[in-house]
Design a binder for this molecule. Structure first.
Ligand SMILES: [Zn+2]
Length: 80
C-alpha cells in the first residue's frame, strides 16, 4: 500500500510581520502615523490640504481647458 501522506512540512505559522498594511505612513512625508492620524504633523497636514486644493484647481483648469477647446473647435467650424 502506498502511503501518500507527504504533506508539506513546516509550521503553518506565517511570519507575523507588524507591517500589516494598515500602517501607511504620512502621505506627505511617509513617516509612521499614530492611530487615527492623517498626517504626522500640522506641517504635513497643511501640505496635504494645499496639495488637495492644488489638485482641485488643476481639475478645474482641465475642465476649463476642455470647454475652451470645445468652444474653439466650434468657432473653427464657422457659422452655420
Ligand atoms: Zn509627515
Amino acid at each position: 500500500m502506498a502511503m501518500l501522506g507527504s504533506q508539506p512540512e513546516g509550521s503553518p505559522e506565517a511570519a507575523r510581520a507588524p507591517l500589516g498594511g494598515r500602517l501607511l505612513g504620512c502621505p506627505a512625508c511617509g513617516k509612521e502615523l499614530a492611530d487615527g492620524q492623517k498626517a504626522c504633523s500640522g506641517k504635513c497636514r497643511a501640505r496635504l490640504s494645499r496639495r488637495r486644493r492644488t489638485d482641485a484647481l488643476r481639475a478645474r483648469d482641465e475642465e476649463i481647458r476642455v470647454l475652451l477647446v470645445t468652444a474653439l473647435k466650434k468657432l473653427g467650424e464657422g457659422a452655420p
